[in-house]
Write a protein that binds this ligand. Structure first.
Ligand SMILES: Cc1cc2nc3c(=O)[nH]c(=O)nc-3n(C[C@H](O)[C@H](O)[C@H](O)COP(=O)(O)OP(=O)(O)OC[C@H]3O[C@@H](n4cnc5c(N)ncnc54)[C@H](O)[C@@H]3O)c2cc1C
Length: 403
């Protein structure tokens, strides 16, 4: 059957990419995106330029308003309360029902709540959407005491932006250093130590209770110590938004389970981005990715798949992060079984390469080394075996080894 209409639930990067790719791949039918936030915007700036005020709401839109009219993508402001299966469609929380030939779930995730007493206080901040960023920004001024629970990617980025805005930041994490699975222990150590240099207090420990007293937050730690401050932000990851799928009887498992075509267990419903989790053809359930490029890649795959076209090829998974004036990138799997070759610049680790038993590269990460990571990705994707001495030599452009 010719597909006449497609509805995308969620207008983040993955939902937007599905729409963009459907049009660029020639889909001429009715196309809609439903999202309470309206016109799609990009999330990474929320902990960087948008929080710092160097980009505004218009500056983080994924496309100008006119693009949606030109490409006949109908952006509907609303929230889907239920998926309808017979006939296929959605019911919005205002009761409206919309039907379509295919549905795409691009619902992303919600900030993971801190599972301790006081973790759910209204005054405890999180950062997932633009409203959260506006609220956080409004709380930060010269001298604000901000405690951040979770020193992963978002916690670290907010810490960096907040000190720039004049806040006094305390960064709490049970693991020291955090991010080892993403960038390896050597780069993780260097990155975490940058917080101290920037004047941030880092504390290794787990919070046990949050209490609000006289306008302040008291964070009681498991070891009995107490951190007192004005504001608390929790950045401990996300929970994928899978309720619509599970209520409709679709298979979920810490994500909406999809195959390599982004098809869910319902033949007419697809899922993409942070909300989706792939089961490979051989039955392996992969780790759910929560990165910007993965949202784009899965969006492109879903569009191709919906139109019965050949699937695009994507390289090893890649992410970036910015903090304290440095740019971090990682590709592949730094946690894979194997050993690490380091590249030192002025005695400090600038890049790390994870090699498997056969000398094949499985992962790479670098600080201020975008070109190195780009070349490493090529090496990983092509299975090129590189000389380890050359790999460790900071004067050897990795591009030369990627040929
Ligand atoms: C602050 C921040 C900084 C980040 N920085 C980086 C970075 O530096 N590098 C990197 O690689 N990644 C980064 N990421 C991750 C990246 O932004 C995400 O992986 C990406 O946004 C995922 O896109 P998505 O479309 O799957 O989900 P989302 O962007 O979360 O979009 C999901 C959308 O679905 C909507 N929705 C949910 N439920 C419903 C419903 N029932 N009805 C209608 N709509 C619904 C939501 O409103 C939301 O707009 C960052 C994320 C955040 C939050």
């Amino acid at each position: 059957m010719e597909i006449a209409s497609i509805l995308i639930v969620g207008g983040g990067l993955s939902g937007f990419t599905v729409a963009q790719n459907l049009r660029s791949r020639g889909f001429t039918g009715t196309l809609g995106i439903i999202d309470p936030a309206g016109i799609p915007y990009d999330r990474p700036p929320l902990s960087k330029a948008y929080l710092l005020g160097t980009k505004d709401a218009a500056g983080i839109q994924l496309a100008p308003d006119a693009w949606f009219a030109e490409h006949r993508v109908d952006v509907m402001v609303g929230s889907v309360a239920k998926l309808l299966l017979e006939p296929l469609g959605v019911r919005l929380d205002d009761g409206r029902e919309l039907l379509a030939d295919r549905l795409v779930l691009a619902t992303g995730g919600a900030a993971r709540p801190l599972p301790i007493e006081g973790g759910d206080l209204d005054s405890v901040l999180v950062l997932r959407d633009r409203n959260d960023a506006d609220r956080l920004r409004s709380k930060l001024s010269e001298g604000t005491e901000l405690t951040i629970i979770g020193a992963g990617l978002i916690g670290a980025e907010v810490a960096s932006a907040a000190v720039e805005l004049g806040a006094k930041v305390t960064l709490v994490d049970p693991i020291d250093p955090p991010l080892v699975p993403a960038v390896g222990p050597e780069l993780a150590r260097r990155l975490h130590d940058m917080h101290g240099t920037a004047g941030i207090t880092t504390i290794q420990g787990a919070p046990a209770r949050i209490v609000r007293e006289n306008g302040k937050h008291l964070i009681e730690m498991a070891d009995g110590s107490v951190i007192t401050g004005d504001e608390v932000l929790v950045g401990i990851g996300i929970v994928p938004n899978t309720v619509l799928a599970s209520d409709a009887g679709l298979q979920t498992d810490n994500g909406v389970v999809v195959d390599e075509h982004q098809r869910t267990s319902h033949p007419l419903i697809y899922a993409v981005g942070d909300a989706a989790r792939t089961r490979t053809g051989s039955g392996e359930l992969l780790r759910r990715a929560e990165h910007w490029e993965h949202a784009m890649n899965t969006g492109a795959t879903a569009a191709a798949s919906l139109l019965g076209q050949g699937l695009p090829q994507h390289g090893a998974s890649w992410f970036w992060s910015d903090r304290h004036g440095v740019h971090v990138e990682g590709v592949g799997d730094m946690n894979a079984e194997g050993r690490t070759v380091l590249r030192l610049v002025d005695g400090a680790p600038a890049a790390a390469f994870r090699l498997g038993a056969g000398g094949n590269m499985l992962g790479a990460a670098a600080i201020d080394g975008g070109l190195t990571v780009k070349a490493a990705r090529r090496i990983i994707d092509r299975g090129i075996i590189v000389d380890q001495e050359a790999l460790a030599d900071p004067n050897m452009p990795l591009k030369k080894l990627a040929r």
